[in-house]
Write a protein that binds this ligand. Structure first.
Ligand code: CMC
Length: 431
């Protein structure tokens, strides 16, 4: 008769008949406990096989909670809907990194700390001028954020709390500057230096779009739209780029190098590059009449419906719901977007199709963000960059949590070796 109070699992190894009781803590079994199960004394012990970490918890974390079935996303316990309505990106970044909402004095100090670090060394600007005229801004961002480590050599003191603090300020402050410099370079426009009188999103817009005016005044609706988009993208627990930040950070390089790795992970079309792919896909479809033909292809496995599906959300993506509202506000202010109708019709058709319903594929955050970004005037290549800026707050929070977690060590998965063994070297003449 099972004992409902016992938080253990009994495992019998049918190869040997050995039975072990393994503790269950937080709905989880320790993978190392399985190593007790061996076929004989020379055996290494049982491992668990989990390519792509689909069922493996790699850390304990207090940063972001997701219930994928219920469509819930919370940062430090606060629902994303409330933060998107009431908070600012910088306040949310503080919350994500320090674990509590700041009081007024803490917030003022935090905003000051970020604002006074927005400039980058002039050599960074010159360094960026070395890129080709048509360089992808994400490639420029990955390289220049890595290059920051050469300007702050003390950043490798990752066990020094004060050093971690300063690098935190620098990373959050400088990412928009690097992103804007990359944008201006791609457009052939002169660099605009940070304006520290403006808000975090306002300054970013100024660095992007200021031309000959003495002072750039951001449109408040756009400034707020960018701020909310930043809040929505700030963290998403153990996604591919957060995992890259933690895995690379676990060998203890400086946080700029780890952030470059995380940014590279975000660049991929299955992660932060998806919003860029959504636009290419919508442009390729071109008109609502061609949607059935494309949906048929996606169902046959010829390409994917970009902006649909999520590893964790299997009901709806709460960020997509908020983004759809922002899309309406932004699109009301801008020129009619030719691909919006295609996107809406594609969403409608996919949501009624058995293929997508049975696989629980719904629009994710990227489905509408690309359309908003394009309506705001961003070239498609900038989309993943706009994701990387706010996600830096999440990466830093994940990195700081990992560095100070006594259970963490250098990340080093196991493998199942399936190759040849013990071959004798074959001379060239005999191959
Ligand atoms: N279009 C068509 N079929 C899909 C899609 C899609 N977008 N996504 C998943 N499927 C199918 C997939 O072919 C598989 O079908 P079957 O069971 O017949 O083999 C099934 O659904 C399960 O797919 P999976 O690849 O096992 O799912 P996953 O959890 O590994 O992948 C995903 C999640 C987000 C990578 C995937 O849904 C995808 O590639 N989506 C398109 C890219 C995208 O929009 N990415 C942005 C994610 S949200 C932003 C972020 O957090 O980065």
């Amino acid at each position: 008769m099972p004992d409902p109070t016992s938080n253990t699992i009994t495992v019998t190894d049918n190869r040997t008949g050995k039975t072990v009781q393994l503790p269950i803590v937080d709905g989880t079994v320790r993978a190392m406990d399985f190593r007790q199960l061996r076929e004989n004394n020379d055996d290494f012990g049982l491992m668990v096989y989990d390519p792509a970490f689909t069922n493996t918890a790699a850390c304990r974390s207090q940063i972001t909670f997701i219930d994928g079935d219920a469509g819930i996303l919370e940062y430090r316990g606060y629902p994303i809907e409330q933060l998107a309505e009431k908070s600012t990106f910088l306040e949310t970044a503080y919350l994500i990194i320090y674990g509590h909402l700041p009081d007024q004095a803490e917030l003022d100090q935090w905003v000051r700390d970020i604002t006074t670090h927005t400039f980058v060394h002039e050599s960074i600007r010159k360094f960026m001028e070395g890129f080709r005229y048509d360089a992808h801004p994400m490639g420029m961002l990955i390289s220049t954020v890595a290059a920051l480590s050469t300007f702050y050599p003390e950043a490798h003191h990752v066990d020094d709390a004060r050093s971690r603090e300063i690098q935190t300020h620098r990373l959050i402050a400088k990412m928009p500057t690097l992103a804007a410099f990359a944008y201006r370079w791609v457009r052939g426009l002169p660099i605009v230096y940070p304006d520290n009188d403006l808000s975090y999103p306002g300054n970013f817009l100024s660095m992007l779009w200021k031309m000959s005016e003495a002072k750039y005044t951001p449109n408040p609706t756009l400034e707020r739209a960018i701020d909310v988009l930043f809040i929505l993208h700030a963290d998403h627990e153990q996604n591919c780029s957060a995992n890259a930040m933690r895995a690379v950070g676990s060998s203890r390089p400086d946080p700029y190098s780890a952030t470059a790795a995380a940014t590279a992970a975000l660049y991929g079309p299955l992660h932060g590059g998806a919003n860029e792919q959504v636009l290419w896909m919508l442009a390729e479809i071109g008109s609502a009449s061609r949607i059935p033909e494309f949906v048929k292809k996606f169902k046959a496995g010829e390409g994917r419906l970009m902006g649909f599906g999520h590893r964790v959300y299997k009901n709806f993506d709460p960020r997509a719901t908020i983004i759809k509202r922002i899309a309406d506000e932004v699109l009301d202010m801008s020129e009619p977007h030719p691909l919006l109708d295609v996107a809406k019709e594609l969403e409608r058709i996919a949501l009624e199709d058995d293929y997508f319903i049975s696989r629980k594929l719904y629009p994710n955050v990227d489905f509408y963000s690309g359309i908003i970004y394009q309506a705001l005037g961003f070239p498609v290549e900038m989309f993943p960059v706009l994701f990387a800026i706010p996600r830096t707050a999440g990466w830093i929070a994940q990195w700081r949590e990992m560095i100070t977690d006594p259970e963490q060590k250098i990340a080093r998965p196991r493998q199942i070796y399936t190759g040849e063994r013990k071959l004798d070297y074959v001379p060239m003449s005999a191959r």
